[in-house]
Design a protein around this ligand. Sequence first.
Ligand SMILES: [Zn+2]
Length: 275
Amino acid sequence: MAWILIISCLFFLWIFSLCKILIPSSSPLRNSFLKAGVHEKRNVLLVIAHPDDESMFFTPTINFLTSRGHNLHILCLSVGNADGKGDTRKRELYQACAVLKVPIQQVKTLDHPDLQDGFGELWNHSLLAKIIEDEIISHSINLIITFDNYGVSGHCNHRDVHHGVCKLIYDTSQRDVEAWELVSTNILRKYSGPVDIWFSVLGVMQHSSGRMHCLVNEHCRRSFLAMAQHKSQWVWFRKLFVALSSYTYMNTLRKIKLGACEVTAPHNYMACEIN
Ligand SMILES: [Zn+2]
């Protein structure tokens, strides 16, 4: 009968954690992300690799930014054409962004021959940095959000996007642009749904310098609706993923330090040159 007790405890913990997220006044987090200039609306660029990245991984961040009036742009660096459904997936991205309250004219999708979706496709970091820099200049962007070095799922396109952003802020004149990365978690935390809020809170408390913030999802239902717009991807295991994934309920963002980019840069730039 011990297993019944364990399952009951886990169920209770799941529900309790979900309530903590859904009821803002009971949230254990007092979020100060972008509070410095409370009256200042930022021009934010979310850089993703594929259509559906925004709905599967970044909806807590997107909901946080749009609900506070920040000007969010999304740059999707491929149409996700690995299965030949690029046109469909591009259209689905715009539909998902409409659900997420991101203006369609602020969503841009690329179909560059050197930036194609796929596990075997290595993306050139210099090319990525140039494309992102152009976007920064044309929209007066002052804050970038993207994947971290592992890219949540370990997908090489996600990781290349991270290194492209690192190269941009390390190599170019865009050093006054803040860059933040979505922190990847281990597999247990990744599939712990709302329960991960407790681990996220502990993680943020260990970084009192303000370089790490946990954003809870203020509109969880909107995340499901957004992902459901990606009909070509909306199969049973992705429905399960969205329900169980901690990324549906919260995002932990960490500020990318220039020093961290300097450490990773030589290795990755060499990889680009080999490619
Ligand atoms: Zn992706």
